[in-house]
Design a protein around this ligand. Structure first.
Ligand code: SAH
Length: 357
């Protein structure tokens, strides 16, 4: 058993099963043993790879997408260029480099990062050593002002609750003990107000997931954007309305048992884009259509950028560059599973690459 598994097992022995979201919160962010608190999980030596780590083109295009939003909204100055869950800082570094091409933009922006992990903050500080950066623990701590924000693979890292439908009620997934080991189980049937809407589109035995932190975080972004202007660009894997068990553990780039080694594997779940759209609208912002990542990147001119970069490459470097293009956009890779959605102030154009909802 990992040290974290022993801690959680002792608590369950004393107090009974814990909810899946409490379990995930410990696995990911426990101050001493949590996954993000203790390691840099990215890249070939880590557990998973993200789009900005695959190719610089991802951050460049997202940066230019936000830059166009800034131009369309009349170049508000100064403004906050923010990222929530910035990983190694690679996406922000690529965005900043591409944005230098837009006159006046570099002087207008102030970089703000929202990051829970001290270990990754240190890594971001190294990646962004040439830029003044302010870090925050929570989105609510951002100063007021026009806000241009990205979140790539952030929402999938937030703890979820999971429910299995039974009649007109729901049984919640809990983590308990079986033969002294951590194991999932189901709690008693209860009716849940926030799942009433799902009774019409689910059947007995269906699983629905619900991320309690999603609406407050998405709502806080959208409220600032509705008030002061800006854009929030969200990229993640998932779809429209949660359905099915999407809890996933990854260790050394391979699927793992989510309950086997808490703290040592990354735990994620698919993001419910309907819930994002609902929270954005509820806070008074306009929302774009949900768009597959492959379509979004091609609309932003990925092919032209890829061709330009390919000119300086040959051999293994060229093959790896072409492979990265494919990984980002092909429907069998990240192109279809990953989706993009944005919010912006009502009455302003949606950012490029995205249609109005
Ligand atoms: N956007 C990056 C990293 C994605 S991994 C990339 O594309 O490479 C998720 C990131 O969110 C990590 O930086 C992790 O430390 C951070 N994170 C996870 N939960 C968080 C929370 N509750 N608040 C702030 N940051 C969080």
């Amino acid at each position: 058993m990992t040290p974290l598994a022993r801690l959680i097992a002792a608590r369950i022995a004393a107090e009974g099963p814990v909810s899946l979201s409490d379990y995930m919160a410990d696995c990911l962010l426990h101050p001493r043993h949590g996954y993000y608190a203790t390691r840099d999980p990215f890249g070939a030596g880590g557990d998973f790879t993200t789009a900005p780590e695959i190719s610089q083109m991802f951050g460049e295009l997202l940066g230019l997408c936000l830059a166009q939003g800034w131009l369309d909204q009349g170049r508000p100055t100064p403004f906050l260029l923010a990222e929530i869950g910035p990983g190694r800082g690679t996406l922000m570094a690529d965005m900043l480099r591409a944005m230098r091409a837009v006159p006046g933009l570099a002087a207008a922006l102030r970089v703000h990062l929202i990051e829970a992990s001290p270990k990754l903050r240190a890594r971001q500080r190294r990646t962004l050593a040439d830029h003044p950066v302010t870090w925050h623990d929570r989105i609510e701590d951002l100063p007021e002002g026009p806000l241009f924000l990205v979140a790539n693979e952030f929402f999938d890292a937030l703890p979820i609750r999971q429910f299995r439908r039974e009649g007109h009620g729901w049984r919640e997934t809990q983590v308990g003990l079986s033969d002294g080991r951590l194991a999932p189980g189901l709690g008693p049937v209860s009716s849940l107000l926030h799942l009433d809407g799902r009774l019409s589109d689910t059947r007995d035995g269906d699983i629905v997931e619900y991320c309690p932190a999603l609406a407050p975080i998405a709502g806080a972004m959208a409220a600032r954007i509705a008030r002061h202007g800006g854009v929030a660009l969200i990229v993640d894997y998932g779809g429209w309305l949660s359905l099915g068990d999407t809890l996933q553990a990854l260790r050394n780039h391979a699927p793992a048992d989510p309950f086997a080694d808490p703290g040592l594997a990354d735990l994620t779940a698919h993001v419910d884009f309907e819930a994002l759209a609902h929270a954005f609208r509820g806070a008074g912002a306009a929302v774009t259509a949900m768009t597959p990542q492959g379509v979004f990147l091609e609309r932003l001119g990925l092919a032209a950028r890829a061709e330009r970069l390919a000119r300086g490459l040959s051999g293994a470097a060229l093959r790896s560059h072409l492979g990265a293009h494919r990984r980002l956009t092909h429907p069998a890779e990240m192109g279809q599973l990953f989706k993009v959605i944005a919010c912006h102030p009502a009455g302003t154009p949606p950012p490029p690459g995205l249609d109005p909802a």
